[in-house]
Design a protein. Structure first.
Length: 242
């Protein structure tokens, strides 16, 4: 099984490398500021309902860019392997004020493991998107997203009531055809965040993300600053550590 995931990992990164070598023109769309809230309701040891809310500015606290809501259901079995199914609604505005709505249905596999005190994960997500730009017809497209990341506690203080932690991940996005086969590189995220855990269910995080998008004739680069709040809930059991 590990060989299969390693093959997938190497294959898509080779695809990414070929796309980067083929395209050298660069543009820079500046900075952006994003806010996010994550909530999970864990019903038992296997089933979880969750939701995400995102509000994103195209620059630093000035022009509204994107509103995103993402409810989902997740099933975990065996331990450290989870499967999720969800829906995403996205309303976005570009710099000229044009609006695009997107309805997005997705499936996901998350593999979690631990090396000493570091928690690592591999996330595989397949998205089926219905994109509706203002004044245009709906376009149905598919996309694959792979994320590798880790979370590690750095320091506990105030008599073990607060914990400082770091969150790091690299995620790349690949466009797919109707048969869900890769066609082209779409985007890459590199993220570094520092956060504070108030308890096992609540944390706040401030992060920096470098975004690299494939455009028609160039790569576009953006620097993103994100503030996120995570509040989880559990029913009738002792929650696992975040």
């Amino acid at each position: 099984m590990k060989k299969i995931y390693t093959t997938i990992f190497i294959s898509f990164y080779l695809l990414l490398a070929m796309q980067i070598q083929a395209q050298t023109t660069e543009t820079n769309s500046g900075e952006a500021s994003w806010f996010a809230m994550f909530n999970n309701l864990k019903l038992n040891e296997k089933w979880t309902f969750g939701n995400e809310l995102h509000y994103r500015f195209n620059d630093v606290f000035q022009s509204p860019g994107t509103f995103l809501v993402r409810p989902f259901i997740q099933f975990e079995h065996p331990k450290n392997v989870s499967y999720a199914f969800g829906y995403t609604f996205i309303n976005s505005k570009n710099g000229a004020g044009s609006i695009t709505n997107e309805h997005n249905v997705w499936e996901q596999i998350l593999l979690k493991y631990k090396i000493q005190e570091t928690k690592l994960h591999n996330r595989f997500r397949w998205e089926h998107r219905w994109v509706n730009p203002e004044g245009a017809a709906v376009n149905q497209v598919n996309r694959f997203r792979y994320r590798f990341g880790f979370v590690r506690d750095i320091h506990t203080f105030q008599e073990d009531k607060l914990t400082l932690f770091c969150n790091v991940f690299d995620e790349f996005w690949v466009n797919l055809n109707d048969k869900l086969l890769p066609t082209s590189f779409a985007r890459n995220w590199v993220y570094l965040g520092l956060g504070v855990k108030f308890d096992k269910l609540t944390n706040v995080q401030l992060g920096y993300m470098y975004q690299r998008d494939q455009k028609v004739d160039a790569f576009d680069n953006k620097h993103i600053f994100q503030l996120s709040f995570n509040k989880n809930f559990s029913l009738n059991f002792e929650p696992a550590s975040q």
